[in-house]
Design a protein around this ligand. Structure first.
Ligand code: MG
Length: 384
């Protein structure tokens, strides 16, 4: 039987690349879900013929249903629709590629049903990592990371007999478009300048997170949760070329790295085929054509978001949900050109200062921390 999958966030960058892989491997797609892109979702439904199509936005879903009437596909909407897509019994693997907190509840639903999660929604692990991983241990759900750094670490850990053998996880970081600049120099950078990433083509939110280094901060937390490592055993190194996707240092001093061209379809394919590897049509890495590989320390002075995230990782509880919620709201304002680039870390800091941390939070506490953080960022805009 062909492997059947659900793609949450199918119209975004990771979602579209996932469908490239499905097309190439002939995988059966059971459900597609997106936020509000009617045109693209319609096109995807016509090509992949899923049994369920979901748009989070109700009006967009009504329009999609109108356009698809007569086809054997059901259209649903809202959080309920997303959770239903994540829970379809016909689908054994759920690719979670929605951006932001909206991905949390559908991911949890799939985890509780013991499905394989190809995890591309880092906010899920950042905000509710302990909860999600505990549910996964209970249900036996396999969580295979799609984020390139975590996929690299996951691959390097194959054959590892236990966490006690690992000395350190080393996350590589491209440094983003403003690498080498001072805090003053990055302060007034525009949306257009921040959206120009040197190595990867990605969605807008994550591209801004790469420019502030918040993306690496979120990945730091994600790595701790996924691989159950304390913060002291996770480190970040600037590697401008994005050829080494991350590394693991073992207790005997051996360092394993995973290398490849910067193409997300590699980690996506691996998350779908793990523990097997499938043939890929992608250009192989040409070592002789590679630029020299360089490494350096991150500049936490110029890019305070990285340090903020590392502090939250140490604090735990709802701190990471506040960090993430404030960051999503601040990046939203920056993308609407309502605040300067340099204000993103300041607004995140403000939310962290004002919201008390709650340890051992449940799902409701996490959602509340997220909401409160967004509120503080929006109120700051009105001079609050
Ligand atoms: Mg990444």
């Amino acid at each position: 039987m062909r492997q059947a999958i659900t793609v949450l966030g199918s119209t975004g960058s990771i979602g579209r690349q996932t469908l490239d892989v499905c097309r190439q491997m002939g995988l059966q797609v059971e459900a597609l879900a997106a936020c509000r892109s009617v045109d693209l979702l319609e096109e995807q439904v016509r090509e992949f013929c899923p049994r369920l199509a979901v748009l989070y936005d109700m009006d967009a879903a009504a329009e999609l249903a109108r356009r698809l009437s007569g086809l054997p596909v059901r259209v649903a909407y809202g959080m309920e629709g997303l959770v239903e897509a994540a829970s379809l019994p016909e689908s054994g693997t759920v690719v979670t590629a929605m951006v932001g907190m909206v991905g949390l509840q559908p991911t949890l639903a799939a985890v509780r049903l013991g499905k394989r999660i190809a995890l591309a929604n880092k906010e899920t692990l950042v905000c509710a990592g302990e909860l999600v991983m505990a549910e996964a241990r209970r249900s036996g759900a396999e969580i295979v990371p799609v984020d390139s750094e975590h996929s690299a670490i996951f691959q390097c850990l194959q054959g590892c007999r236990g966490r006690e053998e690992v000395r350190r996880l080393i996350l590589t970081c491209s440094g983003g478009p403003f690498y080498g600049l001072s805090r003053q120099e990055v302060w007034g950078k525009t949306r257009q300048e921040a959206l120009r990433h040197p190595n990867w083509a990605m969605g807008a939110k994550i591209t801004i997170d790469c420019a502030t280094l918040m993306n690496k901060g979120l990945e730091f937390i994600e790595a701790m949760r996924l691989f159950r490592m304390p913060p002291e055993q996770v480190s970040v190194v600037i590697h401008r070329q994005s050829i080494i996707h991350s590394m693991v240092e073992f207790r005997d001093g051996a360092v394993l790295a995973q290398l490849g061209t910067p193409d997300m379809r590699l980690p996506i394919r691996y998350a779908l085929t793990y523990p097997a590897r499938a043939e890929s049509p992608a250009e192989p890495l040409d070592l002789l054509a590679c630029p020299p590989l360089t490494f350096g320390p991150p500049d936490r002075e110029a890019f305070p978001c990285l340090g903020l995230a590392m502090d939250c990782a140490r604090t735990g509880g709802t701190a990471c949900a506040v960090l993430n919620g404030a960051n999503e709201a601040a990046v939203g304002l920056f993308l609407e050109e309502k605040i300067p680039f340099g204000q993103i870390p300041e607004l995140v800091q403000r939310a962290l200062d004002r919201i008390p941390v709650q340890l051992n939070p449940g799902l409701e506490d996490i959602l509340e921390a997220d909401r409160a953080a967004r509120q503080i960022v929006c109120d700051s805009r009105r001079g609050g």
